[in-house]
Design a protein around this ligand. Structure first.
Ligand code: CA
Length: 224
């Protein structure tokens, strides 16, 4: 089955380079060069994944991300010009699954797109038991997270990261281990991606849900 990717990027040379690479890898690719036409294109073609630049004319990438996720979840990989923490945190909060900082290699971009799509495909078959961490309840089958009985919205990546830590039941997992197991990367790059997602999960579910183990990584539950 062909997988369809929408690329929303106003720098035409970058958009074309991404399109050429993705098409050579067998993806169907559609391009938009500003925010409003990106939203319109996603509504029309219902892509399997969106590559979305942050700085766009018309509407910025964050707003585009919010609008395209209004009716159904679609995986989003954001492109940022600067490796700015605020950009990353806002991006992850509006529902992006991952981000890359320019300049990046199209080979790496394809690897990340495949990893995101693999995770998206693995989800429906999931039938594991409900996990509990203090007041937090995680249902891997329905992908619902409750905090003191009330549902909390996590992005798909935040959900997978929290679930992986919860399944390890207190065992400390290193950033590179988490990147490999949650994101599917093998090269160990992007450890800050893990940190950003952990911060976002703590903001939504409280600081005690994940503890930092200095110089090692993360574990589920409060510090003891
Ligand atoms: Ca741009």
């Amino acid at each position: 089955v062909e997988q369809r990717v929408v690329v929303v990027e106003d720098e035409v040379a970058i958009a074309e380079a991404i399109a050429v690479r993705l098409r050579s890898e067998g993806f169907v690719v559609d391009l938009a060069h500003d925010g409003p036409s990106g939203v319109e294109l996603c509504d029309r073609v219902q892509p399997d994944l969106v590559v979305l630049d942050v700085m766009l004319p018309g509407l910025d990438g964050f707003e585009v991300c919010r609008r395209i996720q209004q009716h159904r979840h679609v995986p989003v990989l954001m492109l940022t010009a600067l490796d700015q923490e605020t950009d990353l945190i806002v991006g992850l909060r509006v529902g992006a699954d991952d981000y890359m900082t320019k300049p990046f290699s199209t080979r790496e971009l394809v690897a990340r797109i495949r990893a995101i799509l693999r995770r998206a495909e693995a989800r429906p078959a999931d039938e594991r038991a409900v996990l509990r961490v203090g007041e937090v309840e995680i249902d891997p089958r329905t992908r619902v997270v409750l905090l003191a009985g009330s549902p909390v919205h996590l992005t798909p990546t935040e959900f997978d990261l929290l679930t992986r830590l919860a399944e390890a039941s207190g065992e400390v997992l290193g950033r590179e281990q988490l990147l490999a197991q949650v994101w599917g990367y093998r090269d160990g790059s992007g450890a800050r991606t893990v940190d950003s997602h952990v911060r976002s999960i703590r903001r939504k579910l409280g600081d005690d849900v994940i503890r930092t183990v200095h110089a090692v990584g993360y574990a589920i539950g409060p510090a003891t």
